[in-house]
Design a protein around this ligand. Structure first.
Ligand code: 6MZ
Length: 341
């Protein structure tokens, strides 16, 4: 920040969040509340979330991070009341942090113990979003459906088909996510071709770890013609050039990358510095604020501090993802009027 400037209120700054995984965005306090309720009703034998994920612990690496979902959070958020409660709490937290446009993403999952299909799961999340959009008109939220790297082709195709069916109900695109150390991307090619054929925009976790950054994998991912990429960490120079040429939207998650040890050198060395003002829209994003503990307003504060961005730069940065949202032209116009200059 420049010496003469008033300090910027990063919470009041209208912000766009484009890379937030629903289950990873649930705060541990919220998980604890769900756990207390379930324990009182004799519905869970799980350990207290505040013991499993102690307050103040944010240094999850990729080995300890992914099992949090499969072994714990999914076992706790496993019926309509817990899904509704946690989703609404996530929406409230983004709203309170000054987010005006949110593309939340989630992996459709069936919950047989509650008799829920993966479509029921997605419809439950969509109805929370619709209710919140109605009551909180200063923030607009829509949903991306995530394909996990470990999914089989039939599952991935079913997710694309579900996204297509639910387009009029708040689904705006497809994401590719999951543990970067597992999964064979080439088997999923037909699913992304199907998404393309149906006009569904795509964002992909890209070069997130060395294991998921081979030249073959990066070329395969670029062949999906994605509109946006997430993380973009281990990207060779020629591929960076291609990303710049295509002006792809970039979802950069600084705290996640630093806390999880996915980048070296800390915040000041983050590749945000390389991508800033290269012509690609940049959406600073939280990834999993429930796990890594940094709100979107804090991500803007971190960038201002470590890269010396002044008020005007921050407003330019906050506006830059308008063109990269998967929402409508009307959403873009609405944002153009609301975002600070
Ligand atoms: C380190 N960053 C990341 N990289 C890759 N995938 C991630 C992720 N953070 C979250 N997920 C994906 O999102 C799921 C949880 O939310 P949903 O159940 O879908 O709402 C995780 O299981 C993982 O597949």
């Amino acid at each position: 920040m420049e010496e003469t400037e008033q300090p910027l209120d990063f919470q009041a700054l209208p912000k766009i969040e484009l890379h937030a995984h629903l289950s990873g965005s649930i705060s541990r306090e919220c998980l604890h509340e769900v756990w207390v309720q379930k324990r009182e009703r004799g519905e869970t034998t799980l350990e207290d979330p505040l013991i499993v994920m102690p307050q103040g612990k944010f240094d999850y690496n990729l080995e300890t991070f992914f099992p949090l979902f499969s072994k714990y959070i999914y076992a706790l958020c496993n019926d309509i009341p817990s899904l509704t409660y946690t989703t609404t709490s996530v929406l409230e937290a983004f709203h309170a942090d000054g987010v005006v446009y949110l593309e939340l993403r989630t992996t459709p999952r069936a919950i047989p113990s509650a008799n829920l299909t993966s479509e029921d799961y997605v419809r439950t999340i969509l109805s929370c979003i619709a209710a919140f959009n109605t009551t909180h008109t200063s923030m607009r939220t829509s949903l991306l459906l995530s394909i996990d790297r470990r999914h089989s082709l039939p599952t991935a195709l079913a997710i694309v088909s579900l996204a297509s069916t639910l387009r009029t109900s708040g689904v705006v695109g497809i994401d590719l996510c999951g543990d970067p150390s597992v999964g064979e991307i080439s088997s999923l090619v037909p699913a992304f071709h199907a998404a393309r054929a149906q006009g569904l925009p795509c964002t992909l976790h890209f070069a997130e770890a060395p294991q998921s950054s081979s030249p073959e994998e990066l070329q395969t991912l670029l062949s999906f013609a994605p509109e946006r990429l997430g993380h973009v960490i281990h990207v060779p120079e020629d591929v960076r050039g291609e990303i710049e040429r295509r002006k792809l939207g970039l979802e950069l998650c600084l705290s996640c990358n630093v806390h999880a040890g996915m980048v070296v050198g800390g915040f000041g060395e983050h590749h945000f510095g390389w991508w800033w003002r290269r012509g690609c829209p940049i959406a600073l994003s939280t990834d999993d604020v429930g796990v890594f503990g940094s709100s979107l307003s804090n991500e803007y504060a971190l960038v201002a501090k470590h890269f010396g961005l002044n008020r005007r730069d921050i407003c330019e940065l906050a506006r830059s993802p308008i063109e990269a949202i998967f929402g409508s032209e009307e959403d873009k116009n609405w944002l153009r009027k609301r975002m600070w200059v």
